[in-house]
Design a protein around this ligand. Sequence first.
Ligand code: URP
Ligand code: ZN
Ligand code: ZN
Length: 473
Amino acid sequence: MKKIIKNGTIVTATDTYQADVLIEDEKVKAIGQDLSDVYAEVIDATGLYVFPGGIDPHTHMEMPFGGTVTKDDYESGTIAAAHGGTTTIIDFCLTEKGKTLKNALEIWHAKSEGRAVIDYGFHLQIVEANEQILQEIPAVIEEEGVTSFKVFMAYKNVLQADDETLFQTLVTAKDHGGLVMVHAENGDVIEHLTQEALKAGNTDPIYHALTRPPELEGEATGRAAKLTALADSQLYVVHVTCKEAVEQIAEARSKGFSVYGETCPQYLVLDQTYLEKPDFEGAKYVWSPPLRDKSNQEVLWNALKSGELQTIGSDHCAFDFDGQKDLGKGDFTKIPNGGPFVEDRFSILFSEGVKKGRISINQFVDMVSTQTAKLFGLFPQKGTIAPGTDADIVLFDPNAERTISANTHHSAVDYSALEGMKVTGQPVTVLSRGEYVIKDKELVAKPGAGKFLKRAKFNSSQTNQQEVTPNRS
Ligand code: URP
Ligand code: ZN
Ligand code: ZN
């Protein structure tokens, strides 16, 4: 059904203005003053911001990891995302040595098909770059619409790939329009420090952070950036946490290399002391890279504001405290790595960023939506509000106050790493391709409403491109 959003304030990465939005056949049909259509449902957005739907470039739904499987599947995970103002996720599809990329995609399609309430795409992990895999990469880009490839430089003996694999992936991606993503930590040295800690009897959650110091993130980030320069390719560094890594990205960018960076809400608001919580509660805050010294928070905010980092991912990788995190009682290496953030990514950035004056409201939209769309081949279909774009829209109350809690969140996981945190601003109504997913804070979409997105190739000119102001009729 046609809809007209009236009386709201439209905010894109470049503009803030009052206008009506007419939605028809999944798309934004027109933007203008006093729009009317007798067949359209009118949605009153008085006092609300009209944002493009959030795009989360980093989730792990129903993913086997750390001897267990992440708690949120495509249904509960996308419902949580939608409540938080996210209308698209790009999820990590893991691969297995000796198997094809298409095999991994089939597995991920099987778990997501008919389950998601919002649209989704996949990144593909590259764990080994043999001839067959390197030949398959162009095919998955062209035929499957999977245009980004993740290489883990850490998790030795589990997910980690070697530098040759990273380099070959960079070269192949460059030739065929892919974007290479890295988890940048030096996995070999982490493994050494971990074994030393265990030998010394240091088994508590805090040793997870102490065996993965920021120098090892900086080293791996710099190495990946230099290999990218050598391959004349393009790189996206996921979950950047610290000064050491930000400096490497800034240096590469200052030399003109196509290196981009993402950080996550958890690194902006939590710090390493959380891993010291008593009674094994520190395990709730075990993920990789680990939480850092608090001084890094300002570094990350500044990097977001200056554009050295472009995007915010949630790295949503949810494990229950009871029954999953507790696999690591008495041995921190057995705590499944990951935390639940898909629902709070948008609100944390608005509350801690915009409301506290750290970033502008247009920068907020840029980092939670537009830049991800541009980097990952979804723009301008998604990531902005303009005639012809998908009508993925969040009506957001900037003054609503709420306290984050596992008692009220929509993820299936049994705790919140942000329990008790007060935030200002809340999504009220969320539309995906013009249909309600959330209406007045209640879920209305059915599983399967969300569709798999075939994404376009990486296009560096798009990442530098200024958004065109929509034609305001
Ligand atoms: O600890 C984390 N971040 N778990 C998810 C996998 C990854 O490294 O992104
Ligand atoms: Zn990672
Ligand atoms: Zn991750």
